[in-house]
Design a binder for this molecule. Structure first.
Ligand code: BV8
Length: 243
């Protein structure tokens, strides 16, 4: 039972779900805050940034090539949390939107379709010269060239770096302002604007829930908080919502 959700909204409430790296942790993908947010002794904020790419593009390509290789290794697959969200999407009669900060493809792999990758996608590349966005499942480097404009050295991961504008913010903002239930899953609530979504949901009277391994930086803004592994919490919680 969702305590706090008014009866008349119970079966038709619009639901917005936000996920972060924690939902993929049970699939074997490392979170950002593990290792204190460092990678090869670099602050991730420095690697995942336009300045980082400008100063050392090969280091940044190495960062993403390694994550892409792991994602495609065959050792990583969706976990029960991803599948529970995909199932909920098909069964919920009200509006539904899944916003993920993750750049892996585990949500769509599990069957999610009403999905926005606000920080982009690891399995897509973009040409900085012509803007062409296409799938990628191999390494990128400064020697890669664009199949559309043939420019060399301009291919980058199609992801949103620190200091860049997240994707589909109008869609996200519209869904947040119309929702009756907002659920944040596996996110430390340390990166904006995603960390501020709970405040928008609260401002429109939505019921707000945090499902995480431990209290996030936004813990006090949520009306309900459940702590534990997402692979356990998420199926249980969304079964309650449907029930
Ligand atoms: C923007 C893509 C303007 C690349 C990423 C000062 C104050 C406020 C804001 C700022 C500021 N200075 C700068 C900013 C803005 C900045 C920002 O927020 N910086 C932070 C460091 C302070 N933000 C930006 O630059 C953004 N752009 O603001 O543009 C704008 C704003 C609005 C509208 C228009 C324009 C762009 C940010 C995007 C950066 N790109 N990723 C890539 O993936 O490599 S961010 C990246 O880090 C992730 O995408 C993710 O968003 C973030 C990490 O967060 P989480 O996903 O939460 O992961 P984390 O490891 O932190 O936490 C995991 C959680 O899971 C933990 O709580 C853990 O306990 C839990 N967990 C672990 N295991 C499990 C689990 N939970 C459940 N089960 C488990 N098994």
């Amino acid at each position: 039972m969702i305590v706090g959700l008014p009866d008349h909204m119970r079966q038709r409430s619009a639901v917005v779900v936000l996920t972060g790296a924690g939902i993929s942790a049970d699939s074997g993908l490392q979170t950002f805050r593990a290792n204190d947010g460092l990678w090869e002794n670099h602050r991730i904020e420095d690697v995942a940034s336009p300045a980082g790419f400008a100063s050392d593009p090969q280091l940044v390509h190495r960062f993403y090539n390694g994550r892409r290789k792991q994602l495609l290794s065959g050792d990583v697959r969706p976990n029960p949390a991803h599948y529970a969200l995909a199932e909920f999407e098909t069964e919920w009669p009200g509006d539904y939107l899944l916003v993920t900060q993750n750049i892996d493809n585990l949500h769509e792999w599990a069957g999610s379709r009403k999905l926005v990758h606000m920080h982009g996608e690891l399995l897509k590349k973009r040409c900085v010269f012509c803007g062409d966005v296409t799938p990628v499942d191999t390494d990128l480097s400064v020697r890669s060239w664009c199949d559309r404009c043939n420019a060399k050295g301009g291919l980058r991961p199609h992801v949103v770096w620190f200091g860049e504008t997240p994707m589909e913010m109008d869609t996200i903002d519209g869904a947040l302002r119309g929702c009756g239930l907002f659920v944040a899953i596996g996110t430390s609530g340390s990166v904006y604007p995603a960390a501020g979504f709970v405040s928008v949901a609260n401002s429109v009277g939505a019921y707000t829930v945090e499902l995480n391994l431990e209290p996030s930086a936004q813990e006090s803004a949520f009306q309900e908080r459940n702590y534990g592994p997402a692979a356990e919490l998420v199926p249980e919680f969304f079964a309650r919502v449907k029930g």
